[in-house]
Write a protein that binds this ligand. Structure first.
Ligand code: IMP
Length: 208
C-alpha cells in the first residue's frame, strides 16, 4: 500500500495527555518534525464518541488538522484484557474518571487499575491475566486525507502496582519476556517494545 509522505515541518500532536505528548515527541525527534501540541495551540478537545481505537484516533486527528491547517497526529490507545473480553479497551481512560473533587474532574489511575484487578479477582486465582496495550495512530492532513497505523504490546497484569515511571496503567503491565512492569523500566526500554513504538515503526516506514 502506498502512503502519503509527511514533509519535515510543523506537526500537531492532537492530544491533551501530557504523558502521551512526551512519548510522541521523543519518538518523532529523529525525523525533522517540529511537534506542537493541540494544548499549546489552544485547540478544542473533541469528544471521543467512536467505538473503536481507529474511529477515535481519526476523529481527533481530523479535528486538529482542520482547526490548525497543519497535519495532525492523534493516538488512541488502551488496555485490552483477554479475560474481560477486551475491556476496558476504548474506555481505558474512562475507567479512571473519578467523582469531581472540589468541583474539578480528574483521573485516578490507582482506582482504574483496581477496577481491572477486582474483575479479574472475581474469576478466581486461575484467571487468565494476559493483556495487551493497543495504540492506533491516525495522521490527518487539512485536505481530509488520513493514514492509520496500529501497534500492540503483549504482556500480563500483575498486582499490586509496581514502579513510579511512565503513566496510566504502566505499574500493572509486565511486557512479555520481562519481569518488570512498564513503570519500573526506563522510558528508553519501554519505547523499544511498546505498542506506541510498534505503531510508530509502522508510521515511520509508511510516511517518512
Ligand atoms: P485515550 O487514548 O486518550 O483514550 O486514553 C487511553 C488510555 O490508555 C490512557 O489514558 C492510559 O490510561 C492508557 N494507556 C495508553 N497507553 C498507555 C501506556 O503506554 N501506558 C499506560 N497506560 C496507557
Amino acid at each position: 500500500m502506498t502512503h502519503r509522505e509527511l514533509s519535515p515541518g510543523k506537526l500537531v500532536i492532537a492530544s491533551h495527555n501530557a504523558g502521551k505528548v512526551r512519548e510522541i515527541r521523543a519518538l518523532l525527534a529523529p525525523y525533522g518534525i517540529e511537534p506542537v501540541s493541540a494544548g499549546d495551540l489552544g485547540l478544542p478537545e473533541p469528544e471521543e464518541t467512536g467505538t473503536t481505537f481507529r474511529d477515535n484516533a481519526l476523529l481527533k486527528a481530523h479535528a486538529s488538522a482542520s482547526a490548525s491547517g497543519l497535519p495532525a497526529l492523534a493516538d488512541d490507545s488502551g488496555l485490552e484484557v483477554a479475560a474481560l473480553g477486551g475491556r476496558p479497551g476504548v474506555y481505558t481512560a474512562d475507567w479512571a474518571e473519578r467523582q469531581p473533587y472540589e468541583g474539578e474532574p480528574g483521573r485516578d489511575w490507582y482506582m482504574a487499575m483496581g477496577k481491572v484487578e477486582g474483575l479479574l479477582a472475581e474469576q478466581g486465582p486461575d484467571a487468565d491475566r494476559s493483556a495487551c496495550f493497543v495504540c492506533t495512530l491516525a495522521l490527518a492532513w487539512p485536505d481530509g486525507h488520513a493514514e492509520v497505523f496500529e501497534g500492540r504490546a503483549e504482556g500480563s497484569l500483575t498486582w499490586p502496582p509496581r514502579g513510579i515511571l511512565g503513566f496510566g496503567y504502566d505499574p500493572v503491565f509486565v511486557p512479555i519476556g520481562n519481569s518488570l512492569t512498564y513503570a519500573e523500566i526506563s522510558p528508553e526500554e519501554k519505547h523499544a517494545t511498546s505498542h506506541r513504538a510498534d505503531a510508530f515503526a509502522k508510521l515511520v516506514a509508511g510516511v517518512f
